[in-house]
Write a protein that binds this ligand. Structure first.
Ligand SMILES: [Zn+2]
Length: 99
């Protein structure tokens, strides 16, 4: 039995360079609005949950600037995902004490 000698792997798997994490919470930089293409500093936190994917107590968060808060919250609201809209400063205060 002769295996047709498998060629060595052509280097590393071809993942296009993805520097850093895609949506890592940057500690230093001001948080940015989650709306597509928007680079405005976030003012609001939209807490949401997709019951098909997440346990009820799980919270996903989107950040929104003043301009996109309505757009993003209605997007989530339409799907019944939206749980809470909180000012970023308040959100951070809560998550700081409540942990
Ligand atoms: Zn925005």
């Amino acid at each position: 039995m002769n295996f047709p000698g498998s060629p060595s792997f052509p280097g590393s798997p071809g993942f296009p360079g993805a520097p850093g994490s895609p949506e890592g919470p940057a500690d230093d930089a001001a948080p940015i609005c989650s709306a597509k293409g928007c680079r405005a500093p976030a003012v609001w936190v939209l807490a949401w949950n997709n019951p098909k994917l997440h346990t009820p107590e799980r919270r996903k968060t989107w950040l929104a600037c003043d301009e996109h808060r309505e757009h993003l919250s209605s997007f989530l609201g339409m799907r019944g995902f939206l749980k809470d809209v909180v000012e970023l400063t308040e959100w951070e205060r809560n998550s700081a004490t409540d942990r």
